[in-house]
Design a protein around this ligand. Sequence first.
Ligand SMILES: [Zn+2]
Length: 483
Amino acid sequence: MDKLTSYNDYVEKINKFDESSLGNKLDYTWLLKNRVIPFYEDNDSVFIFACKRETNLILNIEYMLKKECQVHLIADEDLDRLLKYVDKRDIYKSNNKISIFKVEDQDETDNIEIIRYLNNLIETAISNEVSDIHIEPQKDKVRIRFRINGRLVDKDYLPLEHLQIILTRIKVLGRLDLAERRLPQDGRITFEYENRDIDLRISTIPTLYGEKVVIRLLDSSFKYNTLESLGLSLDEIKIIERNLLKQNGMTLVVGPTGSGKTTTIYSILNRINSEEINITTLEDPCEYKIEGINQVQINPRQGLKFSNTLKNILRQDPDVIFIGELRDQETVETALRSAITGHYLLSTLHVKDSVSSINRLKDMGGENFLISSALNLVVSQRLVRTLCPDCKEEVSEDKFNLGIKNSFRAVGCPNCINGYTGRKAVFELLEIDDQIKEMINKNKSYFEILEYCKSKGFKTMREKLFQEVIDGITSVEEIIKII
Ligand SMILES: [Zn+2]
């Protein structure tokens, strides 16, 4: 490609370009309306002038031309001049129809409308922090649902005739087999949105009324970069920080699936990330990318398992190691041993509270003296939906006999979803002091350790969740499921 720097270069390029080569595959009126001008084409790519990079538009052009679309960014005022210039040329005035789908009995203009609808749906999902989009064929319609804050909500209903066009579009973008309708498939798309790369994981499965699609949205550019933004109090952050400054030891983040453990771990990694230390992670899969951290993805089929890969990582001179999950005895033992020999270990466990993690490590084959010397801190967490301040309603009935007299319940208004506006994490922090270490060595029970912690002012998750209800942050209904 020649150097293109001035307005005259652009004009020259456009003059040399034979737009007719694009045939009737592009609707120029539509292109001009969207402020892009094609100026060059080779076997693999089409090149366009534009003043910003818009994923939707690029995807549409790529889809229409079955070629990659390369964007050459130019200044706003140059694009305005160019648009005026090309507007005088005949080819751009011809009203070519877009032939995107060869679906019989379908008006082609309907198709582009549906593609726009789908693009719009994905953008709406991203801007509303939706985690999954469900496209579900039913007997006489297609239901669209969003998962927001962990719950599904109805988003829209479409006529059943539109299902095939949507499926075709999604399958093409996700590089799935268009003809295969009887077997489940999966694929992925990277969607650029406001300078962020959003990974879309596509999964289809045949149901009674047609193929159901679930699009999972993974925001790979990590957005919670501070511990403060997670909702930790200043005291809690101090506890985490003083433990992370140690060169030996282990911090565990525990809780059920979907409690936000990964987000907390990444915020911690982000906090300690610096050129002075080697941070290596071992994950399944790598959910977010962090610059400067060596992230290794587990691949058991290729022999890359947690236990053996951890041993390889230890030969890579690591300071901090994050192991996605402690799942088997070998991993637990290697992790504990490395945590007492000059490495800092971070990992997660599926247990209900922080004190339980001690017994879980024992159950998984960890020896008492290893656990007591390695373990520094356990962070247990839950996610609760937060009540909408505009519509929450005070109630004075203790519906579940929890001993909470006054609380608020979810109602629902145009500013929220079913009475909730978002989620917050609630934390329980257990710092392993010398007394607890001795109790671990002496094989003291869960209750004995818990009693000791309480005597030192330790607040349990249950107490913390109750406080959120009393403060009107969340509802009794929201915590009853997780206490
Ligand atoms: Zn509301």
